[in-house]
Design a protein around this ligand. Structure first.
Ligand code: HEC
Length: 282
């Protein structure tokens, strides 16, 4: 029984590792700010201003935002623009058919996107969103003028580009390619994207290369300070989407501390009781 259990656990661990290995661009760890009300409030503000135009969040009513420390008055004054009431769901006016026409695919409802994108033992959905929103790059050859490292050929434009500021990108990939005669050859490709998204691509053959395939990306922001501030803003936004996917988590964690404390105290009591019960038997 125990052996079987260990076998199952080992199996699920190996699965998790192989998925992570083939999962494309490595996700970065988002700063953990789930107990930081100022961060959640900032995330809510960013979400309403920059995302709610395209994405609904239909599992959430505006007045639920009182859970992250906003008053109904603040919600009304700062987050409602088009005559919704505080009891309304976070819906959008865009029609699905129009959205599909404009973006090739309709923007998904993001109520539980952080949960949908989380992996069992690997990166969380918050890590996914944090990395996704920070890896848009200008690519003039794409219909929207943008592409994304985490989600190649994504239909979404970089909604936060003004906050991030201009960047150039250099991507170096080393890969084995198959030639017409069936033989293989290692090649290094360096693609430099300027701030407008025009790419200069150079490919060279690597003779006698014995390393492995790799993919390295370096961003150079025009304004490093603005870019660092942007990272922090995105951390707040990802944090908010993480909260939205499970609003009760704040309550659950608050309760959890008390439950653990209770178990700890109870352990002490049970242990002493046990000693008392057995005192005369021995
Ligand atoms: C102009 C419309 C538009 C705006 C604004 C927008 N999105 Fe999107 N978003 C889309 C579309 C369209 C897709 C679907 C992309 C696809 O499947 O190719 C998408 C997909 C996503 C996804 C899912 C990605 C995945 O891997 O499946 C996330 C997460 C997301 N958006 C978050 C955001 C956040 C956060 C904001 C606010 C900063 C935002 N979006 C603003 C149009 C938009």
């Amino acid at each position: 029984m125990i052996k079987k259990l260990i076998g199952t656990i080992a199996l699920s661990l190996t699965c998790a590792v192989s998925v992570a290995a083939e999962g494309g661009y490595a996700l970065e760890k988002a700063p953990v700010r789930i107990n930081d009300m100022a961060s959640l409030q900032n995330g809510a503000k960013l979400f309403v201003n920059y995302c709610l135009g395209c994405h609904s969040a239909k599992s959430l009513r505006y007045n639920r935002l009182t859970d992250i420390g906003l008053t109904e008055e603040q919600i009304k004054r700062n987050l409602l623009f088009t005559g919704e009431g505080v009891g309304d769901l976070m819906e959008i006016a865009m029609r699905k058919e129009d959205a599909t026409k404009w973006f090739g695919t309709a923007p998904p409802d993001v109520s539980v996107i952080a949960r949908a994108k989380s992996t069992n033992l690997g990166p969380s959905g918050v890590d996914y969103i944090y990395t996704f929103l920070r890896t848009f790059y200008r690519d003039a050859s794409r219909p929207m003028g943008w592409d994304n490292l985490v989600f190649p050929s994504v239909g979404m434009p970089h909604a936060l580009w003004q906050l991030q500021g201009e960047r150039t990108m250099e991507r170096t990939t080393v890969a084995q390619v198959e030639l017409d005669d069936g033989s293989t050859q290692w090649q290094r490709t360096v693609a430099r994207y300027d701030a407008q998204g025009f790419a200069e691509v150079n490919t060279e053959t690597l003779q006698g290369y014995s390393g492995s395939a790799s993919d390295k990306v370096v961003f150079t922001p025009a304004d490093p300070k603005a870019s660092a501030q942007f990272d922090s803003q995105v951390a707040d936004l990802a944090n908010f989407l993480g909260w939205m996917a499970e609003p009760v988590q704040l309550e659950r964690k608050r309760l959890g501390v008390w439950v653990l404390l209770f178990l700890f105290l109870f352990f002490g009591v049970a242990w002493r009781l046990n000693a008392v019960y057995w005192k005369d038997v021995k």
